[in-house]
Each structure stands twice: as C-alpha cells, then as structure tokens.
Design a binder for this molecule. Structure first.
Ligand SMILES: Nc1nc2c(c(=O)[nH]1)N=C([C@H](O)[C@H](O)COP(=O)(O)OP(=O)(O)OP(=O)(O)O)CN2
Length: 153
C-alpha cells in the first residue's frame, strides 16, 4: 500500500560547544541551525493533505522556541552553572550537543507534541491533527555542508 510524505524546514540560532572535541569545536560557538521534519500518512485528510504545513509549523515552532538564542550544553559541562547563574538561556542535553544528539532530542520532543495534538485537536485550531500521521525523521544542518538525521526503525 502506498503512503504520502511531506516535509518542512525551519531555522533557529543557538550556541553550543563539544567539551571533548579535540579542536576548535570545544570552544563556545554558534550556528544558524536548519531543521527538516518529515511526516508520513497512509491517506490524505479532507483537504487532500497529509497535514496543513501551517499546523506542522505551529507544533514544531513550539519545540524550537526554547532553543532559539539559547546555549545548548551537555548536562556535565562546567560552564552550565556559570551561564545559568548569569541568567543566560541554557538548554541542557544528556550528552554532548553534537548534531546527532540534537537531531535525536528534536525528534523525541516533536514526537511528543504531535501525539498531544492528536489527543487534543484544539492545540492546532483551526487545523486538525490526525493520529495516523507518523514522524519519519528529523534532519539537522549545523552548517550548509553537514547534516545529521535521526529516525526510528
Ligand atoms: N559527526 C559530527 N562531527 C562534528 C560535529 C557534529 O555535531 N557531528 N560538530 C562539529 C562542530 O560543532 C562544528 O561546528 C562543525 O564542524 P564542521 O562541519 O567541520 O564546520 P566547518 O565550518 O569548520 O567546516 P569546514 O568545511 O571544515 O570549513 C565538528 N564535527
């Protein structure tokens, strides 16, 4: 049986560092991250869509908003406490904030908001979210020449 896929790209600006990196990436630096979210459904809705891109936007932007203009750090990064005490926007991950780890984090957070939207349709009003829409992958560009992707089997 066939299926339909749609995708949308988003950007956000954030800083990070990879504490154990052997070269420059262990220092604080920033990226304009690009994120591509891919969805799949076995059928189309009454508007002939997998979902309205605008509904997808509402949901994904709610996940990306806390990351925008934030410093994304590994939980054990010694700078974490310093920056939090200084009132900086800090997002903490359980591993070094590589593109791979951030793609996995975004996949997990986006999957949660899609499930919430399927359970509470008013979250995307005036649009609707259907439970049969599946999150296929999250691809994350740190730079124009590199990406990392996370998907479930
Ligand atoms: N597999 C990964 N490798 C690297 C990651 C990563 O997240 N996953 N991250 C970095 C650094 O954070 C760096 O910001 C990006 O590195 P790179 O693509 O090498 O960036 P450059 O702009 O320096 O690329 P050049 O093409 O060499 O100029 C490193 N590795």
């Amino acid at each position: 049986m066939g299926s339909f896929r749609v995708a949308k790209q988003f950007t956000f600006d954030a800083g990070h560092r990879l504490v154990s990196h052997p070269e420059l990436c262990r220092h604080l630096h920033g990226h304009t991250y690009r994120v591509e979210v891919v969805l799949e459904a076995p059928s189309l809705d009454p508007n002939a869509m997998v979902c309205d891109y605008k509904a997808l936007s509402l949901l994904v932007r709610s996940v990306l908003a806390p990351l925008d203009h934030a410093m994304i750090l590994w939980r054990e990064d010694p700078l974490r406490g310093v920056l939090e005490q200084a009132g900086e926007r800090v997002v903490v991950l359980d591993a070094e904030p590589s593109a791979e780890v951030l793609a996995q984090h975004l996949f997990s957070e986006i999957k949660k908001v899609l499930a919430q939207a399927a359970a509470e349709p008013q979250r995307v009003a005036p649009y609707r979210w259907r439970p049969e829409i599946r999150l296929v992958s999250v691809r994350l560009w740190e730079t124009p020449t590199t990406w990392a992707e996370y998907s479930e089997a």
